[in-house]
Write a protein that binds this ligand. Structure first.
Ligand code: THG
Length: 344
């Protein structure tokens, strides 16, 4: 077993068999305790106004019951988190945050704009069920209505008296659900119910998977990003609307960045060498003909690509060059070539 700290909480990162957890995620179903994905709640008449000030994503069509991936930037257009947003009631919006202190940021913005909204951490802890058989586990737990949930849609419900939000989301591209537990005292009950319902489908405990996320090109805020990363570098263009009427933090800066184009870009790498035994999340240098051209934030062996792969933030010049890229790994210097994300 292994663990990490995320949003000031301990997070399980493996139950001791990373390859087995990967295979189950691709072919079966896994359950992840992702309670560290904390919910920053915005409650009050100005909840939507605050949410719109916080994200460059256009929220004109936001409705209760449909979640959205909403990058958050600072005034320089630097990404400072990439939460999933859920409007859970007329006057209440949740930001299911990645690893940075958005509660402090949001309450400061609300105060500075005299908004009538309270910002607090909700008692809500996601448990993810991911993989092609996740739908079967969700049906067994809740009934066939789960089939009608669209991607990122969610519904309030309960399970044996445990209050939940069931969402069709999760940090993998294998499909699945996230159960937002709304009563922290019932965590063990929920875990046991899911584990039991999953027995016929071979469910195993796991954690957000480092290899699958490389294959799928999902962004890990804080790992893949540095203190100057903007959403265009990350390829998040479709979530950034600088032309909307709504004002939001970073709008002026993002307009300029979009006009000028970016000097770096987040891309995939196909890497040589012997298969790595596990995914590595340590930041390492990438060089072109010996000169530094960017960093790789994670690499590992992909069984489905059949090669070592990684993700990297590289200069556009290095991406355009043909050949000569190398990456500094635990195996030493290895040749690398640029591949579009996602790998699969
Ligand atoms: N689920 C929930 N909360 C979270 C995460 C999650 N908080 C932390 C972290 N993960 C937030 N970051 C992401 C990053 C990517 C995605 C979700 C949350 C994601 N992206 C898809 C993609 O990039 O292809 C889909 C984006 C879209 O089309 O809207 O799923 O996982 N509750």
């Amino acid at each position: 077993a292994a663990a990490n700290v995320y949003n000031h909480m301990v997070m399980p990162t493996s139950y001791g068999n990373p390859l087995g957890e990967y295979q189950q995620l691709i072919n079966g179903v896994v359950m992840w305790d992702v309670a560290v994905e904390r919910q920053v709640a915005l409650r009050g008449p100005d909840a939507l106004r605050l949410a719109r000030m916080l994200t460059p994503r256009n929220l004109d069509k936001l409705v209760i019951g449909q979640g959205k991936y909403v990058p958050i930037c600072n005034y320089e257009g630097v990404i400072i988190n990439d939460p999933v947003l859920l409007q859970v009631a007329d006057n209440e919006i949740w930001l299911s945050i990645a690893d940075s202190d958005i509660g402090l940021w949001a309450s400061a913005i609300a105060g500075a704009h005299n908004m009538d909204v309270r910002v607090f951490e909700a008692d809500a802890s996601p448990l993810a069920i991911q993989g092609p058989l996740a739908i079967d586990v969700a049906r067994a737990l809740f009934g066939d209505w789960v089939d009608s949930l669209n991607y990122f849609a969610f519904k309030q419900t309960e399970l044996n008296g445990i209050p939940l939000i069931v969402a069709r989301s999760g940090w993998s591209k294998q499909g699945g659900f996230e159960l937002y537990l709304r009563d922290g005292s019932r965590g063990t009950d929920l875990w046991n119910l899911v584990a039991e319902a999953g027995v016929p489908f071979g469910i195993v405990p796991g954690a957000p998977n480092g290899i699958e996320r490389l294959e799928s090109g999902l962004i890990a805020y804080g790992g893949d990003t540095d203190n100057v990363t903007n959403p265009f570098e990350l390829g998040l263009d479709k979530f950034i609307d600088v032309d909307q009427a709504q004002d939001f933090i970073g709008k002026a800066a993002l307009k300029v960045i979009k006009e000028n184009g970016t000097k770096r870009r987040f891309i995939g790498l196909k890497i040589g060498g012997a298969p790595f035994t596990a995914s590595t999340e340590t930041r390492v240098d990438v060089t072109l003909n010996g000169s530094y051209v960017g960093y790789s934030s994670s690499y590992g062996f992909s069984p489905r690509v059949g090669s070592n792969i990684g993700v990297a933030m590289l200069s556009v010049a290095a991406i355009a060059a043909s050949g000569g890229l190398e990456i500094v790994t635990e195996q030493g210097l290895l040749p690398a070539e640029v591949v579009a994300l996602p790998f699969i």
